[in-house]
Design a protein around this ligand. Structure first.
Ligand SMILES: NC(=O)c1ccc[n+]([C@@H]2O[C@H](COP(=O)([O-])OP(=O)(O)OC[C@H]3O[C@@H](n4cnc5c(N)ncnc54)[C@H](OP(=O)(O)O)[C@@H]3O)[C@@H](O)[C@H]2O)c1
Length: 285
């Protein structure tokens, strides 16, 4: 029996994928959400276990990792799906910009703290990224938080670009030890996305135009594809995929290996974490 951890499982794409996983597999499902009521409701409906963590508090992420390490002898899939776009800039209690922390630093830390069981299980890490990485991003390595020239769209695009380069770096550093990592764009979907921002994205996702968007289930099915698919057969580790489930191009920075390595190092420094020795020079696929 495989163990599958899905963050952002209380709503939207994550909840839809959890529904499909519960219906289609015998796997052990471990759901992670922020809202206690919403997360409990999904977990009870599916008979799945759940944990709570607010990714704008890194102490919650550390506690979550500790609980998961203690309760999961193996971890076959970690789906880093929680995220969103927020008005800001907002400084979290950890000192980072909220959009960057919730979308990138928190899953980076969670993956780091779980890396030993992930490696031991030959796991898959799936990052829910976005086409916003190509449209809105322009990462300044001297300002990963996007404190400067802040707009919700730019901060979000930069954070989703981080999801892509993080997956590529996980692949470059740990694929030879059996880890698979992938990032994908789930589509433009009528979920609870953009409820905590007030601009154009809020009007698109939460106004009348949202009727034109695809359903959360459509995005959930794409996440399900990467969670249940066979790496090397159904998708290739180290790639970014579009909503047609085909390898896709993104921002030029996602193709710059030195940029990706520096992004990885800076993220580790910000969180004061180390990674196990990967034993080889990082390489592309
Ligand atoms: N919808 C789209 O068109 C679209 C497009 C591209 C990418 N995405 C990405 O898809 C992922 C899922 O988004 P969605 O569309 O399903 O939106 P959603 O319905 O708003 O779901 C977001 C999920 O992330 C969780 N989350 C938000 N803030 C959190 C925090 N501070 N700590 C922990 N969890 C938090 C939410 O938890 P609670 O509900 O418990 O607060 C919820 O489970 C995100 O990474 C998003 O960036 C969405």
């Amino acid at each position: 029996m495989r163990t599958i951890i899905v963050t952002g499982a209380s709503d939207g794409i994550g909840a839809a994928a959890a529904d499909m996983l519960a219906a289609a597999t015998e796997d052990r499902l471990v759901l992670v959400g922020r809202s206690p009521d919403k997360t409990r409701a999904v977990a009870q409906r599916l008979g799945a276990e759940y944990h709570l963590a607010d990714f704008s508090r890194l102490e919650d992420v550390r506690r979550l990792a500790h609980t998961l390490t203690a309760s999961c002898p193996r971890i076959d899939v970690l789906a880093n799906n929680a995220g969103g776009i927020f008005d800001g800039p907002i400084r979290t209690e950890d000192g980072f910009e909220k959009t960057f922390q919730v979308n990138h630093l928190a899953p980076y830390l969670l993956t780091n703290l779980l890396i030993e069981p992930l490696l031991a299980s030959g796991a898959t890490v799936v990052n829910t990224a976005s086409i916003a990485a190509r449209i809105f991003s322009d990462v300044d390595l001297n300002d990963l938080n996007t404190w400067g020239a802040y707009t919700p769209n730019r901060a979000y695009g930069n954070a989703k670009l981080a999801n892509i380069v993080f997956a590529k770096q996980l692949h470059a550093r740990f694929h030879h030890r059996g880890l698979n990592a992938v990032a994908f764009h789930p589509g433009v979907l009528a979920t609870s996305f953009a409820t905590q921002t007030s601009g154009m994205m809020h009007r698109l996702y939460q106004g009348p135009l949202s009727r034109l968007l695809a359903s959360p289930e459509t995005g959930g099915a794409r996440l399900f594809h990467f969670i249940t698919g066979q790496p090397g057969q159904d998708w290739e580790s180290g790639h970014f995929y579009g909503d047609n489930l085909k390898p896709a191009d993104s921002h030029p920075q996602t193709r710059d290996r030195r940029f990706a390595e520096r992004h990885w190092e800076l993220s580790a420094q910000m969180l004061a974490v180390r990674w196990p020795d990967h034993g080889e020079t990082p390489r592309d696929h």
